[in-house]
Design a protein around this ligand. Structure first.
Ligand code: NDP
Length: 450
C-alpha cells in the first residue's frame, strides 16, 4: 500500500465521521505523488502526518437567550490548523450544518489557500451550528457576544485572526469585534471584514467575488480568450456570488443565474444586481421575491429540483461559478455542463464540486480554477486589512483592487508553473495542491519538529 493510502487509512480511523475533511485531504494527497517521489525528505520528516493534524482545536459551548427569554445552546468551534506561515487566518461559518468535520475541511483547505497567496498567513477555520436566519438583530448580537466571550482568549492580531464566511457578514463581524473590544479593552486587528469606517479595508467585502472573476479571466486568457461577452452561471446569492455577479457585469460578461437555499433564479436578460442586493441584503428574503418583481425571470423552488441535480447547471453557459457551498455540483451536473458546451468552471465556494464531478470536468479539459486558488482573493485582502490595521493606515479602493488583481495573477502563475513542473500542464487542481503544500512543508521542516 502506498504512503498516501496508509496516511488516509489512518486518518479514517482517527477522524471518523468527518467525511468532508476526509474528502479534502484525499484530493490533496492524490496530487502529491510526484512531489513525494522527488523529495523523500517530506516522507522522512512525516510532514503529511503532521499537516493533516490541527495544531489546536477549540470546542466550546455558546449559551445565549433568545427574544422569548428561552436559553439556547449552540456548539462553537475554532480549529487553529497551522501557524507555520503566519498567524492563523480563516473565516467563521454560522450555519446549522456546521460540525467538526466541516470546520476541519475548511481549515485544511485554508492552509494551502493562504500559502498560495504568498502572504504570511497560517490557516484555520471556525464557526457554530447557529442559524442566523429568522433571528432578530438582537438575537444575533447576543449570540455573537456569547461566541466571542469564549473565543477572545484564543485569538489576537499575531495569533489568530478570524473573518466572515457563510452566515457571518458585516453585521456579525461588528458584534463579534465589539465584544472582543469590550472584553480586552483593545482596538486592534483581531478580525477582518470590519466596516471600512472603523478599521476595515475598502474592497474586502468584494474581494472573494472579484478575485474569482480575475482568476477566471486568467484561466481564459491562458487559452487566448477572455470573459467579455460570456454567458455565466453563478450559484449562491451571498457575499461571494453577489460580488462575482457585480464584477462579471462590469467586465462585459453576462451572469444569468443566482441561487439560494430556497431556489434558483434564471434571468436571461442578465441578473439585476440592485434588485438582488435589495432582496438578499436589505430584506434578507428568499429569491422568489426577485422573480415577483421581474416578470421575465424564472424562479425554480428547491422542491422542484430533480434528484441529484441542480437546475442552475442546466442553464447553458460558457463559464460556471459555483459560489454557494461544498458539494453543490454533482457528477450529473458536471455532465450537463460539459455537454452544453461550458468552457470554464471557476470555484468561488470551497470544494463545491464532488470528487467525481471534478474528475469529469478535468477529463473534459475544461479550464478549471480550484477554490483554493480561485477564491483566495478574500483572504489575501484580509491580509491587506491586517497590514492597514498594524500600520494604522487606510488604502484607497483602487490600491486594494490593484493589489488583488496582482495577487490573483501571481497565484495563477505559480499554480500553472507547479502543474507544469510535475508533468501535468494545465491541471490547476494538481498545481494548487503541490504549490501550496510545498510552501508549507518546507517551512515546517525549517521550523523543526512541531
Ligand atoms: P453567504 O452566507 O454570504 O452566502 C452563501 C449563499 O449560498 C447564500 O445565498 C445561501 O443561501 C447559499 N447557500 C448556503 N448554503 C447552501 C446550501 N446548503 N444549499 C444551497 N445554497 C446554500 O456566504 P459566502 O458568500 O461568504 O460564502 C459562499 C462560499 O464561498 C462558501 O463556500 C465559503 O466558504 C466560500 N468562501 C467565502 C469567502 C468570503 O470571503 N466570504 C472566502 C473564500 C471562500 P441563503 O441566502 O438562502 O442562505
Amino acid at each position: 500500500m502506498s504512503y498516501t493510502e496508509d496516511t488516509l487509512n489512518a486518518l479514517r480511523r482517527t477522524s471518523p465521521a468527518q467525511d468532508e475533511f476526509f474528502q479534502a485531504v484525499r484530493e490533496v494527497l492524490a496530487s502529491l505523488g510526484p512531489l513525494l517521489d522527488s523529495h523523500p525528505r517530506y516522507r522522512k520528516e512525516r510532514v503529511i502526518e503532521r499537516i493533516v493534524e490541527p495544531e489546536r482545536q477549540i470546542l466550546f459551548r455558546v449559551a445565549w437567550v433568545d427574544d422569548e427569554g428561552t436559553v439556547q445552546v449552540n456548539k462553537g468551534y475554532r480549529v487553529q490548523f497551522s501557524s507555520t506561515l503566519g498567524p492563523v487566518k480563516g473565516g467563521l461559518r454560522f450555519h446549522p450544518s456546521v460540525n467538526g468535520g466541516v470546520i476541519k475541511f475548511l481549515g485544511f483547505e485554508q492552509i494551502l489557500k493562504n500559502a498560495l497567496t504568498g502572504l504570511p498567513l497560517g490557516g484555520g477555520k471556525g464557526g457554530a451550528n447557529f442559524d442566523p436566519k429568522g433571528r432578530s438583530d438582537q438575537e444575533v448580537m447576543r449570540f455573537c457576544q456569547a461566541f466571542m466571550t469564549e473565543l477572545f482568549r484564543h485569538v489576537g492580531p499575531t495569533v489568530d485572526v478570524p473573518a466572515g464566511d457563510i452566515g457571518v457578514g458585516a453585521r456579525e463581524i461588528g458584534y463579534l469585534f465589539g465584544q472582543y473590544k469590550r472584553l480586552t479593552g483593545r482596538f486592534d486587528g483581531v478580525i477582518t471584514g470590519k466596516r471600512a469606517s472603523w478599521g476595515g479595508s475598502l474592497g474586502r467585502k468584494e474581494a472573494t467575488g472579484y478575485g474569482c472573476v480575475y482568476f477566471a479571466e486568467e484561466l481564459l486568457r491562458a487559452r487566448g480568450d477572455g470573459l467579455e461577452g460570456k454567458r455565466c452561471a453563478v450559484s449562491g446569492a451571498g457575499n461571494v456570488a453577489v460580488h462575482t455577479v457585480e464584477r462579471l457585469r462590469s467586465m462585459g460578461a453576462k451572469p444569468v443565474t443566482v441561487t439560494d437555499t430556497t431556489g434558483t433564479i434564471h434571468h436571461e436578460r442578465g441578473i439585476d444586481l440592485d434588485l438582488l442586493v435589495e432582496v438578499k441584503e436589505m430584506r434578507r428574503a428568499g429569491l422568489a421575491e426577485y422573480a415577483r418583481e421581474r416578470g421575465d425571470a424564472r424562479f425554480i423552488p428547491v422542491e422542484e429540483y430533480p434528484e441529484g441535480e441542480h437546475p442552475v447547471w442546466s442553464v447553458p453557459c460558457d463559464v460556471a461559478f459555483p459560489c454557494a457551498t461544498q458539494n453543490e455540483l454533482t457528477l450529473a451536473d458536471a455532465r450537463t455542463l460539459v455537454s452544453s458546451g461550458c468552457e470554464c468552471v471557476c470555484e468561488g465556494a470551497n470544494m463545491p464540486a464532488t470528487p467525481d464531478a471534478m474528475a469529469h470536468l478535468m477529463n473534459a479539459k475544461l479550464a478549471y480554477g480550484p477554490g483554493k486558488a480561485a477564491n483566495a482573493g478574500g483572504v489575501a485582502t484580509s491580509q491587506l486589512e491586517m497590514s492597514q490595521n498594524a500600520s494604522m493606515q487606510q488604502w484607497g479602493l483602487e490600491e486594494v483592487d490593484r493589489r488583488l488583481r496582482e495577487i490573483m495573477a501571481n497565484i495563477h502563475r505559480s499554480v500553472e508553473e507547479a502543474a507544469a513542473e510535475f508533468g501535468e500542464p494545465g491541471n490547476l487542481v494538481f498545481g494548487a495542491n503541490i504549490a501550496g503544500f510545498r510552501k508549507v512543508a518546507d517551512a515546517m521542516i525549517e521550523q523543526g519538529i512541531h
